[in-house]
Design a protein around this ligand. Structure first.
Ligand code: ACO
Ligand code: ZN
Length: 169
């Protein structure tokens, strides 16, 4: 499966490698209050390597997305159990934002979740105040399916957002 890239912007999306994890952790710390141990990133990478992606601009890692696969009750069909991709975390360094990098990471990860990991849905949690991210997800076809009270340690609520994945090969 080939990933979609933007050669016009020297933008390349590829699968992450263990050598990238320190750069990924650094981006995570700069961009988000939800941080994880090296071991957590490593476990996600080893478990779901095809949907852990990094975006490189002129060989610099500008952003990442990491996902895992879960069996859940469908957010769209009542009482149906399905395989769903869970976007654990996505971030793009401030100096590389509004270039379409997060959109490209999301589109490629959703393609992998559908075609490689056989997921019929994708979901994520996002802070209710995070308008940039909510706008990004809505543009990609996600809808708010729930609001989780005090999801974050500082007490903020999360929107649970989800999207059905259409099979396209
Ligand atoms: N304000 C309003 N809309 C925005 C903004 C913003 N600051 N940023 C993105 N969008 C919307 C726009 O509609 C944009 O399209 P446009 O530029 O044509 O108007 C669209 O999203 C796509 O934007 P991208 O360029 O693809 O997004 P970007 O590469 O800038 O990354 C991201 C967006 C990941 C939210 C970035 O701002 C970031 O890293 N933020 C901090 C970390 C974060 O919040 N991550 C998500 C947490 S939730 C989770 O991880 C599951
Ligand atoms: Zn989550």
């Amino acid at each position: 499966m080939t990933l979609e890239v933007r050669p016009d912007r020297h933008l390349m999306v590829r699968e992450a490698m263990e050598e990238d994890l320190l750069a990924v952790m650094n981006i995570n710390r700069i961009c988000l209050p939800e941080n994880y141990t090296y071991g957590f990133f490593e476990t996600v990478l080893r478990s779901y390597p095809k949907s852990f992606l990094v975006a490189e601009v002129d060989k610099n890692i500008a952003g990442y997305i990491m996902c895992r696969v879960e069996r859940i009750f469908s957010k769209f069909q009542r009482f149906k159990i399905c395989k769903a991709g869970h976007v654990i975390s996505i971030a793009v360094l401030p100096e590389y934002r509004r270039m379409g990098i997060a959109s490209l990471l999301m589109k490629n990860a959703m393609k992998v979740l559908r075609e490689v990991y056989d997921c019929s849905e994708v979901f994520l949690e996002v802070r209710i105040s995070n308008n940039p991210a909510i706008t990004l997800y809505e543009k990609l076809g996600f809808v708010k399916v729930d609001r989780i009270k005090q999801y974050y340690i500082d007490g903020e609520d999360a929107y649970l957002m989800a999207k059905e994945l259409a099979y396209s090969k």
